[in-house]
Design a protein around this ligand. Sequence first.
Ligand code: AKG
Length: 456
Amino acid sequence: MAVQRRCWDDPFVKEAVRSSTPLVIAPSLSTPCPLCRGAIGRWTFAHLAAVLGERRLGVHVIPEGSASFARHYGPGLARGGVLQMTFGEFVQRARDARASGRKYYLQLPFEAAEVMRSMKATQSMEGTYSTEATQSMEATQSTEATQSMEATHSMEAEVARLGWSWLAEVYECTDGTQPSCQLWAGHGGGSTPAHYDALDNFLAMVSGTKRVWLYPPRHAFDLYPYPVGHPMDNFAQPDLERPDLERFPALAHAKALEATLQPGDVLWLPKYWWHLVHQVGTGENLSLSVWLGDKGNAAFMQEVRSIPLAASVHAPIHDLFAAPAEDRALESLLDAEPAKALVAFKLGRLIESVAARHCGTASGEFLTELAEGVESRWDPSSNAAILARRIRCQIEAFLPGHSNAFLRLMTRDGRLHPGPPAVEFVISSDRGDRGEWGMLESECGPNLALSSEAPE
Ligand SMILES: O=C(O)CCC(=O)C(=O)O
């Protein structure tokens, strides 16, 4: 199925943003979406090489035969890695790529906080966005913001040309939201493997074509995310361009929405939607991601804390892998309530994180056994049994009557056990913390932690 497509001045755009419905925001009467209008026809490899000069930038490289730019690579550059070079050197390497067989992908993160702040001062946030008003406002802003910077021929001046006020209007961010952005420059053929981000995203196509596959948060467990704590725990383990259904049978349940992005298109990509992005063709491929919003963790933590733990779990613990009707009931519930599906996914990952803390690498086995209902054979005073009870009570509190099915959703089809091969990754961009789930665990974990207050 295709992602819906609407012109950027269609009132539905705001509705799609409000309701977290992915959308391709297309040109209107051949006028590109304001967000990227100032870059279309201007941002070329040659122009950016001149603008960025001697700055050394991170360029991902993958060897001949590879098509997938993971975020983290193996030791050495045998499986790919990240090199530092100027934009000009990247262009040269991209030109030589046909001979070397390698692929290069330049990824330049930058902040646009200042630009958004100055835009806010000059714009009215009221009412519906009209095409004419938009165009004149963007033009004024672009001129004012760039005049002082144009002389320096800087990336800041380039960034100021983008349609920040359109974005602020559409995203309704009057609260000082600070986007983080990334320029993607490739030479075609490579893919960014399936993953989700915890922020909302507007992915603007500037030159070349990208093909995108989107999976809703509800299908997260069908995509076999790497285990919590793995440096790629927001990535799917399988290669979704070449799915191995024998090894990853649950992939058969995950149906993607598809979109092709051309210059002037912007993909509205709500947070936690999984996405796989492929650069089509062999020419210059330039796009821009603008991430906005908050990760929703504060709301999640409040929600989890505010649910009183169920005192007991009424659902009988039986041979849980043989209850398709229960599975279907949970799946229908999550299909009907995408927001609940997202919180359920986060709760599942939190549980995985807590289990890993107590069981180490055996956590996948532990949770899989729990889903199979074997804990009735455990000594009730053992740590494992206490942890199992707390986990069940937490799930029951959030999804009454569905705790068995939820544990199954998390673990069946080998999702957690035996799990992926041992981690052997060089981390190319150190997150410097324990990642999203570690943070949630320290905030919410006490609900689940082993303690003498565990409900019996
Ligand atoms: O365009 C790409 O290759 C990846 C884009 C992406 O993952 C993102 O914008 O979050």
